[in-house]
Design a protein around this ligand. Sequence first.
Ligand SMILES: [Zn+2]
Length: 428
Amino acid sequence: MHRLLARCLLGGLCLLAGPAPAQSAPPAAWLLQPAAVFDGQALHPGWAVLVEGSRIKAVGPAAQLSAPAGAQVLPLPGLTLLPGLIEGHSHLLLHPYNETSWDDQVLRESQALRVARATEHARRTLQAGFTTARDLGTEGADYADVGLKQAIEQGIIPGPRLLIATRALVATGCYGPKLSPEVAVPQGAQEVSGVDEIIRAVREQVGRGADVVKVYADYRLSAGGPAVPTFSQDELSVLVATARGLGRPVVAHASTPEGMRRATLAGVETIEHGDQGTAEVFRLMKQRGVALCPTVAAGDAILQYRGWRKGQDAEPERISQKKASVAAAHKAGVSLVVGGDVGVFPHGDNVRELELLVREYGLTPLEVLRGATSGNARLLHLPDRGQVQPGLLADLVAVPGDPTQDVGALRRVQWVMKGGVVIKGLRD
Ligand SMILES: [Zn+2]
């Protein structure tokens, strides 16, 4: 009887734990010997890192670290070891709009097709050195991100650790897709109006697995039209209070100064895009500790899909405005989340955002690198990652040369470890 019970329990536990990861069992310990370590803040030439199990055990000058019995010593000559990069704004369930328009993805692609693609997107993201992603909405694929996250956690498919937003919230009538006004079509996010519906929807989304709640504080009413604030101040305040009561931060899509202002006053933690941000609204964000995720790569890609021949044609107004907005945020001292809205452009090309911020938006490689590691970890409440420090997750990436001087190094990821397991080896 006892033995049977024990077997059942064991079986149950195995089921709960899910299948074993596809990768072979990692050595208990690794002594990693790169040319330098970027620890999330600064470059340290000649440092090494000791990993035990899924965590970082020690980091410091190579001479001070010795390999315990059974540890695998891995020289990484010419490479800088850094914390796994954190993508601040992704949509694993979208693929580039020059392949299929957003409307057609939402209306014509089955959820099975979208999920199948998303598994490949997750793999590419991880291979590119992004070991964590904040995925900000399924865009019509309901709660598919919940299962995607579980599949990654259970080792069924490779992918980054995910923070997910599920369906996201939009004001009734203020999102898309839109066909003729007589035709009601499924929307890319959950429509709500009034405080009762908002409270219910926030609870639904959090109850079904949302780590963050995303709201569209403004949006265009018709294709090509200007963005307008969509929710009232009261609605946004109730939304944030409800999410906060459940322990979930709120992120707001907002481009207009008024949408950004209302979202900030309501207490959201980050504002996505912020294209028309003014000095005044950025001062308010700074005062309230609200960060900006500018997603410069998204607009850059979309304008090129629409025919902008970058490098030949004059710079579009939307890009000039974006540059002014990022500069104003920077000047006001607003913290920047580094995230590109990847999905608009190809997954695995996440580093495009970092490159553009350096090459076209005047940030230094060091600022961007700190942002995509320790900065994002701080702003997204992930104290167990984003730095190379004893006790933190062994999510580590190796790139050639010095990424604190050359942002291009981050495009040439040579080696990736997630939770002490090598995902991409030196010869892969
Ligand atoms: Zn987005």
